[in-house]
Design a protein around this ligand. Structure first.
Ligand code: KG4
Ligand code: ZN
Length: 341
């Protein structure tokens, strides 16, 4: 089965073709990061307009790369939510229209299920069941993944997503957008122990998380040093290091509890923040001690991409699913309600 996938939920237009026999045949990604960087974050209206311009040329490019004609496709998958309504509608509209024109089934994919399944694109793919840590700019979730489409929420952030906290802290330090990779880069030059940030909600039982306190702590630390303008390069690096350590430790502590609670021997991590090297290293070390195997996608599949949508769509189409004719998106879509778009 060969599926074209389209991702347009936020600030990346991603297109890919996945073949269940041959794997990934082609992919292309256009990131709007530079356009939004000027504003310090994603501007939804600009995002939608840019997806309109990018998506069809990317589809053509990927069809060519994959040497695929429309009649060789078995379906078209698109991200139907969660995400920015206008941005989602662009991908959904194009995907549904192509599917109608080419007489193919279309399948609506949940963006977070796309992230969740991305590690299965790797050669050493994890088998179900596993604990999944989904850490992106919009969501922070710990799940018990029992099988395709069968995900129970073990815990989630009660306020900011982990990636959002990275982005906001970076903005406070004047590092620009997106903040995660910038904080991670700077943290490498940071001195250990100069600042110690709290590990929120780790002193009580449970798997819910909170990241907005780290943001406040960052702001207070910056103010104590005389404000953003007064920060030296070393101050920034030291704050970045303390912030990253706190965010990573918090995620690691919650993952440890989740594998203890479920007894699963596999932990799958995905979403933009899973590209973080310190998180990969610390989580890997802690899981190895417990005989738990850690899986994560290649860096290009941690952040938003079309491959994960084509792949999730192929699995769902194989399972006999396809979308009805009306073009529908669901900007707020709980991962536990996959049956009801
Ligand atoms: O999954 P993603 O591309 O988009 C969403 O679905 O939100 O995740 C983007 C998020 C951003 O908040 C970005 O700052 C964060 O992932 N991120 C990172 C790193 N790379 C991306 N956070 C920490 N360390 C990184 N290396
Ligand atoms: Zn994402």
């Amino acid at each position: 089965m060969r599926v074209l996938g389209i991702e347009s939920s936020c600030d990346e237009t991603g297109v890919a073709i996945y073949d269940t026999e041959q794997g990934l045949l082609g992919q292309a990604l256009y990131s709007q990061v530079e356009m939004h960087a000027r504003y310090g974050g994603v501007v939804p209206e600009l995002a939608s307009r840019d997806h309109v311009q990018r998506v069809l040329p990317l589809v053509r490019d990927v069809m060519e790369q994959a040497g695929t004609h429309p009649e060789q496709l078995d379906g078209i998958a698109y991200t139907a939510g969660p995400g920015l309504a206008g941005a989602l509608l662009v991908g959904a509209g194009v995907a549904r229209s192509l599917a109608f024109g080419w007489d193919l089934p279309a399948v609506a994919v949940h963006h977070m299920e796309g992230h969740l399944l991305a590690p299965l694109l790797e050669p050493n793919a994890p088998a179900f069941p596993f604990v999944a840590l989904l850490v992106s700019g919009g969501h922070t979730l710990l799940l018990d993944a029992q099988g395709l489409g069968n995900y129970a929420i073990l815990g989630e952030s009660v306020d900011d997503a982990a990636g959002e906290a990275f982005d906001k802290a970076a903005k406070m330090m004047g590092l620009g957008y997106p903040g995660g990779p910038r904080i991670a880069g700077l943290a490498q030059q940071g001195a250990a122990g100069r600042f110690r940030f709290p590990r929120p909600m780790t002193d009580r039982p449970g798997l819910d998380m909170s990241f907005s306190g780290l943001k406040t702590f960052t702001l207070n630390t910056i103010n104590d040093l005389g404000g953003k303008e007064a920060l030296s390069e070393q101050d920034r690096a030291d704050i970045a290091r303390a912030f990253e350590e706190a965010a990573v430790d918090t995620l690691v502590i919650k993952c440890r509890r989740a594998v203890e609670q479920t007894g699963h021997k596999r932990l799958v991590m995905a979403g933009g923040v899973s590209a973080n090297r310190s998180l990969r290293a610390k989580l890997g070390e802690q899981m190895a001690k417990r005989g738990v195997e850690l899986f994560y996608p290649a860096p290009q599949y941690c952040t938003d991409n079309g491959a994960m949508i084509a792949f999730a769509g192929a699995l769902r189409l194989q399972a006999g699913e396809s979308a009805e004719l009306p073009i529908k998106v669901r900007p707020r879509w709980p991962l536990t309600e996959l049956a009801g778009l």
